[in-house]
Design a protein around this ligand. Structure first.
Ligand code: ADQ
Length: 464
């Protein structure tokens, strides 16, 4: 079998116990093919642009990493990837900032990555590139003569063309997608937005069909909904240590533990969630001392103003709720602004009666799936899920809510904490079956099958 080369902005150690789903999935795919994982090593140093690639073996995988210079970090990573693309792809034009230097930095890091990768790969290698930081990478590799099979998976949403229209030079950026053989999206909504963009940008007379031919290349665009490693999460949630943690959590008067876990990112809808929780306390006073919201939100991209602002806003909101409703024996909101080990998270999910997952926009959202996997099968909790998370497409037995509507979320919270066992069992059984079916191995295998198999490309006369 041909060797696999995975490329992503950051590289994780696939053998580390605390590694999350993606590191494990990518690690498994790489071990199948004695592969290479290429990306930034997380370091910033002034000689970065001259430094070579560092190669290291970890559990059957070669990690190929390089540092970034300060200006590359400021332009490629902070400037274009996270100040322009991240907000635009999450439908937040109000937060997007466009700057020609940032775009130049983005192009130049993609060029530098391409040069380093071209020197590492053989013609028979298959290359799988991840996420919005690296959209033009295949086009840069093609310029250097690479004829390998190259795939791209977008972890975040693909917005409607009407939003993309606001991005300067979007024609250049999205044209580079045509250098890929396979382009993967999380949901049908994302794929349909992409198809509409292609139709509009090419002034196509009718709907595009896939595999899609553009010039001499053919590209298959398709959905590959990402999942989790279900069994390892269940195991983590049920260790003796997890059981002991749950006993500590549930010892007091509070019966209804509601949990939220995400990076502190404006796409995750945390201020709206806190306002909805406040509405719940206002409208259902009988639930007050019985209910606590635990929100775990570690810092992320703290150098960007939008992230600093949301941190302040959340601190104010949680302080105001605790000040208005709390008592000497009850703190309604417990807000933890740091990262928590995965096994602790699994235990907290298992010990919480409600999983509150209400992003304003999310590619998929793995926390929703982890919450379902961690539940006691004979006494499961209830998942409340935003209709704007990609996960909502195949988790319809969750209580699906509009995260902007505080009254609706408050009502869903009340329904969740008062739901009878029969209904909880029914909903959870169906959700777990689907989380299991669409797990991380299914995602990896579906993508790799299309990427490795040139047969997914039709004969030329069908696509002309
Ligand atoms: P994220 O935006 O990071 O991922 P998500 O899918 O929820 O969002 O994955 C987060 C992961 O980090 C989960 O495994 C979660 O358990 C873990 N995590 C969250 N908070 C943590 C904490 N405090 N401590 C430790 N671990 C924590 C992007 C897209 C998503 C898409 C994924 C995968 O934004 O939409 O689902 O990629 O494609």
């Amino acid at each position: 079998m041909s060797r696999l080369v995975v490329v992503s902005n950051r590289v994780a150690d696939p053998t580390a116990v605390q590694s999350g789903g993606l590191a494990v999935a990518v690690g498994d795919a790489l071990q199948d093919g004695n592969g290479i994982w290429f990306g930034w090593n997380g370091e910033i140093n002034e000689n970065a642009e001259k430094s070579g690639v560092n190669l290291e073996r970890r559990g059957g995988v070669t990690l190929a990493t390089l540092p970034l210079s300060q200006s590359e970090y400021d332009t490629y990573y902070l400037g274009y990837s996270n100040r322009a693309l991240w907000p635009v792809f999450h439908y937040r034009l109000d937060l997007a900032e466009f700057d020609i230097q940032a775009l130049e930095g983005y192009r130049s890091v993609n060029r530098r990555f391409a040069k380093s990768i071209a020197a590492l790969i053989d013609p028979s290698d298959v290359v799988w590139i991840h996420d919005y930081h690296l959209i033009p990478l295949a086009a840069e590799l093609r310029k250097l003569g690479a004829e390998n099979r190259i795939g791209f998976f977008l972890h975040i949403p693909f917005p409607p063309p009407e939003i993309i229209a606001a991005v300067p030079d979007h024609g250049w950026l999205f044209d580079t997608l045509h250098a890929y053989d396979v382009v993967g999206f999380q949901t049908e909504q994302d794929l349909s937005n992409f198809n509409r963009y292609v139709e509009q940008s090419m002034a196509s007379a009718g709907p595009v069909t896939h595999p899609f031919r553009n010039g001499t290349r053919k590209m298959l665009a398709k959905t590959y909904p990402i999942g989790i490693d279900v069994d390892s999460f269940i195991t983590m949630a049920h260790t003796p240590k997890a059981t002991e943690r749950i006993q500590r959590l549930t010892r007091g008067e509070v019966r209804n533990h509601v949990i939220g876990v995400e990076r502190l990112d404006y796409s995750k809808g945390l201020p709206d969630r806190f306002r909805s929780f406040r509405r719940f306390l206002e409208q259902y006073p009988d639930q007050r001392k019985k209910t606590v919201l635990m929100q775990i939100a570690p810092p992320t991209r703290g150098e960007l103003a939008a992230y600093a602002e949301i941190r302040t806003e959340l601190e104010q909101l949680s302080g105001a709720i605790n000040g208005a409703f709390g008592d000497f024996d009850w703190t309604p909101v417990r807000y933890i602004h740091r990262s928590v080990p995965r096994d602790t998270l699994a235990a907290l999910f298992r010990g919480s009666k409600v999983g509150l997952v209400t992003p304003l926009r999310d590619g998929m959202n793995l926390v929703a799936k982890e919450y379902v996997a961690a539940q006691e099968p004979d006494d499961p909790g209830v998942l409340i899920l935003s209709r704007f998370a990609g996960a909502a497409a195949d988790m319809e037995e969750a209580l699906i809510v509009n995260p902007y509507d505080a009254d609706e979320v408050a009502k869903a919270l009340y329904n969740a904490v008062t739901m009878e066992l029969d209904e909880r069992l029914d909903r959870h059984g169906k959700l777990l079956a689907r989380v299991r079916k669409n797990d991380i191995a299914a995602w990896r295998m579906a993508f790799m099958q299309d990427l490795r198999n040139p047969e997914t490309q039709p004969p030329p006369d069908q696509t002309a």
